[in-house]
Design a protein around this ligand. Structure first.
Ligand code: GTP
Ligand code: MG
Length: 203
């Protein structure tokens, strides 16, 4: 799929105020600093469409970006961000979970995990939460440029193995990406395009 346009539409902390057009959307979620915003910029080939930072906690709201005029990418805050006050953290988590539960247009979530790390409890729990709520998701391994190909493959395999040892009977769909090297871009866009086609056939 070619990206012809990518426009910031709005930021807010209330799912009820998100765009109400019946267009398919894809949400990026994961720990702070994992590379959610960078991946949006990589996919859209727009350097600073989504705001990124070396410091965790950059993205604070639900951000809608309209792509090619007929689907949305959604950038969300990191769920593992500890440097906000307890109260902030609670409202933060609440509007994120609200978004996932209530957003009818959400056709798939992408759970981003750093390819260098072993499975983290917070990610496992979030995937289980998505599963329990019947929200389709794929895993996106980020920062693949930080590892040699062999190590990359070994980490992905052991990650998937651990999922299968846990609650998952089937390995989820996954993608290996690097925003700095444009890796995984074609595969992801192709996947999104195929879901969009299904969506427009049915709607
Ligand atoms: P929050 O908004 O805080 O939740 O973080 P985020 O998940 O949106 O992360 P962001 O895209 O802001 O990136 C965090 C840091 O990781 C930045 O310094 C990025 O440059 C870096 N980064 C993101 N993706 C990659 C990647 O593929 N490779 C490398 N080497 N660095 C990356
Ligand atoms: Mg961000």
């Amino acid at each position: 799929m070619k990206i012809k346009s990518a426009d910031f539409v709005m930021s807010n902390s209330d799912v009820a105020k998100c765009p109400n057009e019946p267009l398919p959307e894809y949400a990026f979620i994961g720990r702070s600093n994992v590379g959610k915003s960078s991946l949006i910029n990589m996919l859209t080939e727009r350097k600073s469409l989504a705001k990124t930072s070396g410091r965790p906690g950059k993205t604070q709201l639900i951000n809608h970006f309209k792509i090619n005029g007929n689907w949305f990418l959604v950038d969300l805050p990191g769920y593992g961000y500890a440097r906000v006050s307890k109260k902030d953290k609670r409202t933060f988590q609440k509007y994120i979970t609200d978004y996932f539960i209530k957003r009818k247009q959400l056709v798939s979530a992408f759970v981003l995990v750093d390819i260098r790390h072993e499975p983290q409890k917070v990610d496992m729990e979030f995937m289980e939460y998505l599963g329990e709520n019947m929200i389709p998701f794929s895993i996106i391994f980020t920062k693949a440029d930080k590892l040699k190909p062999k190590q990359m493959e070994a980490n992905v395999n052991s990650y998937v193995k651990e999922l299968l040892n846990g609650v998952w009977e089937e390995a989820p769909n996954y993608f290996v990406t690097s925003s700095s090297k444009n890796m995984g871009r074609d595969e992801l866009l192709h996947y999104i395009e195929s879901i969009n086609q299904e969506f427009f056939k049915e709607n």
